[in-house]
Design a protein around this ligand. Sequence first.
Ligand SMILES: NC(=O)c1ccc[n+]([C@@H]2O[C@H](COP(=O)([O-])OP(=O)(O)OC[C@H]3O[C@@H](n4cnc5c(N)ncnc54)[C@H](OP(=O)(O)O)[C@@H]3O)[C@@H](O)[C@H]2O)c1
Length: 292
Amino acid sequence: MSATERPLGRSGVRVPALGVGTNRWSTGEPGQARLNETLAAAVDVGMGFLDTAEIYGFGRSERAVGVAARQDGRPVVLASKFAPLPVRLTAGQFGSALDRTLERLGRGSLDLYYLHFPYSLRGVETRMTGMARAVEAGKIRAVGISNCNVARMRKAAGVLARYGIPLAANQVQYSLLHRAPETNGVLEACRQMDVALVAYRPLAGGAVSGGSRRSHGPTALADTLQEVAAARDATTLQVALAWLLQRDDHVIAIPGATKPDHVRQNSRALTLELSDEEFASIDRASKPPPAG
Ligand SMILES: NC(=O)c1ccc[n+]([C@@H]2O[C@H](COP(=O)([O-])OP(=O)(O)OC[C@H]3O[C@@H](n4cnc5c(N)ncnc54)[C@H](OP(=O)(O)O)[C@@H]3O)[C@@H](O)[C@H]2O)c1
């Protein structure tokens, strides 16, 4: 396996450690030509892992990703998500949502399909049965969940195990400004269960480098990132992404980007190795102050 690739758990699917989030590919504002260039840049730099969802712009992001992937023509790993809306109760509705996603992406199968969020009248268990059938039908290669706590991870993995299918990923919010997966047990469960932790909003929407949040130490996170970045001839965002990847090898990050230059810049994090000291100083600076 290339050092810049990581496995999606035990699914057999490998992806670049950094992908591209496409929730803003739905607005129409960047224009398809620039999105095509963004996807091409991602493939050029080894980040050809695109994260979309049917609810991003009601299918517009999936369509834009599909157009860009066809225009480029090189292999890319595509992930999308099923939204368990309250009106969607039946297996037929799950199947037709997946079919529409595949149609918009212009693909016969999807590399990774997530349950977008767990809140639904049908529990995670029912949705995982639909996922297992879709794997058996050859429509998806790997099954993920998103925004799920440890209990739901275990439930989802348990249902899939009955079909001999591993849970591949839990996609949760994770950045230096949002370290909840470290305290709510999700990161530890990913390690124990060998499930990928796909980090969404890994740049905190860009705020990670400019935040003024004070740590219990003398230096703010932004200052520490700037110090490390200056020493490594890197940007603060590159350092923030490198830190996440270095935190644990189950972590895969999907920074959102609608500009080819942003993708090219982010790719430096794939090879930027922080020293133990640099890693620890960022760790300290980003930890919330102790209570009391
Ligand atoms: N599962 C879920 O419930 C869920 C929820 C939220 C998000 N997501 C996924 O996670 C992805 C990432 O989250 P996000 O996009 O909200 O936040 P993010 O990745 O933390 O930040 C994206 C923002 O950072 C900017 N950016 C990226 N690279 C940059 C660079 N090198 N220099 C300067 N700015 C840079 C982007 O600008 P440009 O657009 O101008 O390039 C965009 O404004 C989403 O796209 C989506 O796929 C999933």
